[in-house]
Design a protein around this ligand. Structure first.
Ligand code: GLA
Length: 707
């Protein structure tokens, strides 16, 4: 079969692939209404002078042996031999919108299996499997997934971050060479979220062509966008292997992590909406499909001081505030008096809980709430019984002193006894207690991760997955939250075995605005933990009133992160109010379509969520700094039904009610805030509504309802 041209199609996106003699993606862009395979020959390239005399394709595996002269998709060898594979297609199977291409290099004795699937959402998933066909191991340096980008994708957006400052977007223009993200922290990381977005110049929330990719992997990774010297562009993503870490034995197949890719002709919102839809339909699971309960997590309320009688009083108050799930954070297990000790000793601290955990759990349940608990199984404190008994269970390289992080080391999950110990201890916790939810933490990076003297970051990541798989199977009704000092392990692969993320240890509403917006590019609100913290934020010491904190926590999976017994009644009234408001709108927030809205003032963050039937919409505008202009620009409300009439309601803005009298930036409110107003969806989408002038660090919540 020569030059077979196949297509994967969806309502919004198509991918066209030439399969022979080697596979090459010819097109990844808008859905084509009038496509026929012979069209594709229009793209057959000329051959330039001064280079190879043959055409050099960017193949599906991006082999250097085709004259790529860029970053290849595969690098490895057998003690220096078989180091430049070139694959020839041996089989092609298309089933609906899923394509499997097998290819072989007889010389290097390697087989390549490539799986591409285009989901109805428009999200393309790709992974490669490389099989070693020869007796000697094939040492893997790199295996990546490569996708071509249109030449007009000249701007790149990526995310940087750090602890308490996750998901911060930045942009570069890319005309030549590469833009590369590399992560060697042994977890998804706060610093290098594994995603890249390329787009046409100045792409925005509503406009521009964008091609976004995310690598579903919770370990080391590398992502790259490259502009070749001939002008062609591609994006590449891979698990990053430490020297000598990965080899494929005879008959074995190494699979790359899945690359998730979303093309949108309508800017970043289109890209995100496709990702959200994909996740909702394919990855996110929630036991019984019940509404996600409002949390209270004890961490910032009591830290390590656990007194069951006091905790039960907190639970009483939590229930009275409308909390639906009560979570005991760090500090419950043997000897854990501070963060310097006890990780690994997963037995109850009987000094703190002389009657066991059960009375507390029973109390929580009697109040009608679910119960959750915190663990950090992958870690070991040097000051712990576990370490004293098994100092050799540490993930390390012999001959080197390991630096601690938060006073802790990592447990080597590749040691079967260590793995089984965790399965046994976690099974005790989850099997002998009525636990609905686990906050699974991971607070130290992997430095010199070693097993039998060899690098083992990849193996550790896989063992972490296996551990969650074993526990998930054994306790199918228990939900897991992925936390890693806040947002250090947030990705699609860990989401296949967890239910929620803790995006940040920073509950400062001002900071949360940018963190949550950054996270929303790839994740829908229902998996994003969003808690109201203390009015004086524990991470930044900034102070915010309850309205700004409450509204900021509204568009996620809401909770409280504080001790409700130590605050005044006005604060508590606020918690009650925002928990109730969240519950009232929860279904729309957790199932609707999310829109980020571009505003001319960069300090105005506006977003909305519109229900699937377009009957209801919820819009929030947060003013992070002093407004740049005297007037705020009108808020356009995307996603509504053009022909429908909507009633506009001010749902929440206590600050304006209190201060609108004068002496502030505003003397008179926009008319719609004083008199009832309806307008067509078309008008609201195209012209919008006037906004009140917001003070810095305040927000306003507006609802629209079809009449
Ligand atoms: C990490 C988490 C916090 C909290 C503490 C407990 O820092 O991110 O939310 O659970 O650990 O030690």
């Amino acid at each position: 079969m020569q030059d077979a041209i196949l297509r994967l199609e969806s309502n919004t996106v198509d991918v066209v692939i030439k399969t022979h003699p080697f596979a090459e993606i010819l097109y990844w862009g808008p859905h084509l209404q009038h496509f026929s395979p012979q069209d594709a020959s229009s793209l057959a390239r000329p051959v330039a002078n001064g280079r190879l005399d043959v055409d050099s394709p960017v193949t599906l595996m991006a082999e250097l042996g085709h004259g790529l002269f860029g970053s290849p998709g595969i690098e490895g060898h057998r003690l220096g031999l078989d180091g430049s594979p070139v694959f020839t297609t041996t089989g092609v199977q298309q089933q609906g919108q899923t394509l499997t291409v097998t290819a072989e290099d007889a010389q290097a004795a390697l087989r390549l299996t490539s799986e591409l699937a285009l989901d109805a959402s428009g999200v393309l998933t790709v992974r490669h499997g490389v099989t070693n066909l020869k007796a000697q191991p094939w040492q893997v340096d790199r295996i990546a997934v490569t996708l071509p980008l249109a030449e007009r994708a000249q701007e790149v957006m990526a995310f940087h971050g750090r602890w308490i400052h996750e998901f911060q977007p930045h942009r570069v223009e890319l005309e030549h060479d590469s833009f590369v993200i590399e992560n060697r922290r042994g977890k998804t990381s706060h610093e290098h979220f594994p995603a890249l977005i390329s787009g046409t110049p100045s792409f925005g929330e509503m406009q521009g062509d964008v091609w976004g990719v995310h690598l579903g992997w919770s370990g080391n990774h590398r992502l790259r966008v490259e502009a070749k010297t001939d002008g062609r562009r591609y994006v590449q993503a891979e698990a990053l292997y430490l020297p000598g870490e990965m080899a494929i034995d005879e008959g074995e197949t190494l699979w790359t992590p899945r690359l998730y890719a979303s093309y949108s002709a309508h800017g970043l919102n289109g890209m995100s909406q496709q990702f959200h839809r994909y996740l909702r339909e394919n990855i996110i699971r929630f036991p019984d499909n019940k509404p996600r309960p409002v949390h209270l997590n004890t961490w910032e309320g009591i830290y390590f001081s656990h007194d069951p009688a006091y905790i039960m009083k907190m639970a009483d108050e939590a229930a009275a505030l409308g909390v639906e799930r009560f979570i005991i954070d760090d500090g419950w297990y043997k000897g854990r008096s501070d963060d310097r000790r006890a990780l690994g000793d997963w037995y109850l601290d009987e000094n703190k809980y002389p009657n066991g955990l059960t009375p507390v759990i029973d109390h929580v349940k009697a109040l009608g709430m679910e119960f959750g608990i915190w663990v950090e199984p992958e870690m070991i404190s040097p000051d712990s019984d576990l370490y004293r008994a098994h100092p050799d269970w540490v993930l390390a390289l012999p001959g080197y002193a390991q630096a601690t992080g938060r006073h802790q080391l990592v447990l080597n999950l590749n040691i079967p006894e260590a793995f089984e110990y965790l399965v046994e201890r976690m099974s005790w916790l989850l099997g002998e207690h009525d636990v609905d939810y686990v906050k699974w933490d991971m607070n130290r990076e992997l430095v010199q991760p070693g097993h039998h003297g060899k690098a083992a970051a990849d193996a550790q990541t896989r063992q972490f997955y296996r551990l969650l798989d074993v526990l998930g199977k054994r306790f199918p009704r228990v939900e897991f939250e992925s936390c890693s000092s806040g947002g250090g392990r947030i990705d699609y692969e860990v989401l296949t075995r967890s239910h929620r993320f803790w995006p940040s240890d920073n509950n400062d509403a001002l900071e949360r605005n940018t963190i949550q917006r950054g996270m929303s590019y790839f994740f829908p609100p229902e998996v994003m933990g969003a808690h109201i913290g203390h009015h004086k934020c524990h991470a930044t010491f900034r102070q915010h009133d309850i309205a700004f904190r409450g509204l900021t926590a509204l568009f996620g999976h809401m909770g409280l992160e504080l001790d409700p017994l130590t605050v005044d009644e006005q604060e508590r009234e606020g918690y009650r109010h925002y928990a109730a408001l969240h519950k009232q709108w929860r279904e729309v927030i957790h199932t609707g379509t999310q829109w980020r809205i571009d505003m001319p003032d960069a300090a105005t963050l506006a977003q909305g969520i519109v229900s699937d039937d377009k009957k209801q919409g919820l819009f929030i505008v947060s003013q992070l700094k002093m407004p740049d202009y005297t007037l705020m620009m009108p808020l356009r409300m995307p996603g509504l039904e053009a022909s429908a009439q909507y009633r506009i309601t001010l749902l929440d803005h206590p600050n304006i009610r209190l201060t609108g009298e004068g002496g502030h930036t505003m003397r008179k409110l926009p008319a719609w805030m004083d008199a009832p107003q309806t307008a067509s969806g078309e008008w609201l989408m195209q012209a919008g509504i006037a906004l009140p002038i917001l003070d810095p660090e305040t927000a306003i919540l507006i609802g629209v309802e079809r009449v």
